[in-house]
Ligand binder design. Structure first.
Ligand code: AMP
Ligand code: FE
Ligand code: FE
Ligand code: ZN
Length: 279
């Protein structure tokens, strides 16, 4: 009898604003009895191959993954991609461009904070991001470290969140282009956490027409009613059902790895759709 599969398909690592390394993620998966994972860093695939290598050594199945920040009708939509080729040239180009856009945005954020009397050193923010893709979460962490705020959430509520005084819009790719990018790289595009981005559902028919293949139904902040509705929508549009914890690490303000476990039949359907780029 084959073992049933249990997956967490939404995990951030040190390649973006998560705190766990690939080694730590794989060892947590083993400890929690999770058989299949995908790391989905914001606009980065830098840790995918190393996670696949460690996963192969330790018996954890790893599917290539990413979470792209995209824009549709002026709203931010997050698009997950699974099972694509990490060295696809178009994807590599787009990620290089997004990395520069992120750097420029963080520099502007630091300038705006300075105008508010909050003096952070850009180099310190970038050091927190290390080799990973820098984001507002790194700024929020430094605000806590320097005693300007008590929690990461407070940093977003007071300064960094959409519409707050140090919020800087940034260049994002259009959701439809991002769907096509993932498809062209051989992967499965999935709309992330639709419960957090209401515009996502009104655009669903358009996204499906453009090639969207899945909906992230299982997610910590989705209520039972939302899950039921998203399952119905997935069935109506013939979409794969995915899910994950959106774990960013182990500290406070962070959701814990494995808090969402995608059931066997959903994992099987996803794996059937991505025969390659999975260890
Ligand atoms: P960015 O990619 O730079 O736009 O930053 C977005 C990331 O910041 C999200 O993926 C979360 O990790 C984090 N984030 C956004 N809002 C909050 C919040 N209210 N509290 C804690 N983290 C947040
Ligand atoms: Fe994040
Ligand atoms: Fe997201
Ligand atoms: Zn995420």
């Amino acid at each position: 009898m084959r073992l049933s599969l249990v997956a967490d398909l939404h995990i951030h690592t040190t390649a973006s604003d998560g705190t766990y390394t690939p080694e730590e993620i794989v060892s947590l998966a083993r400890r929690e009895g999770i058989t299949t994972i995908a790391i989905t860093d914001h606009d980065s695939v830098d840790n995918v191959l190393s996670t696949m290598r460690v996963g192969a050594e330790q018996g954890v199945q790893v599917v290539s993954g990413i979470e792209l920040s995209t824009e549709m009708d002026l709203a931010e939509l997050h698009l997950l991609g699974y099972g694509f080729s990490v060295d696809d040239p178009l994807l590599t180009d787009q990620l290089g461009y997004l990395r520069v856009a992120r750097l420029e945005r963080i520099a502007k954020t630091v300038d705006l904070l300075a105008e508010l009397g909050i003096h952070l050193d850009l180099e310190e923010v970038l050091a927190l991001a290390g080799d990973g893709s820098p984001g507002r979460a790194h700024v929020a962490r430094l605000l806590v470290d320097k005693g300007y705020t008590s929690t990461i959430a407070e940093g977003f509520d007071r300064f960094l969140g959409h519409g707050q005084r140090a919020y800087v819009p940034r260049d994002r790719c259009h959701t439809i282009d991002a769907i096509r990018l993932i498809r062209r790289a051989g992967g499965v595009p999935v709309l992330a956490h639709p419960g957090l981005s209401a515009p996502g559902l009104s655009c669903l028919p358009e996204l499906v027409k453009a090639g969207l293949m899945g909906l992230e139904v299982f997610y910590p902040q989705h209520s039972p009613e939302q899950k039921a509705r998203f399952l119905e929508l997935a069935a109506q549009y013939g979409l794969l059902v995915t899910g994950g914890s959106d774990c960013h690490g182990g500290g406070k303000d962070q959701r814990y790895f494995g808090s969402v476990r995608l059931p066997d039949h959903c994992v099987q359907c996803l794996l059937a759709a991505v025969p390659t780029h999975t260890t």
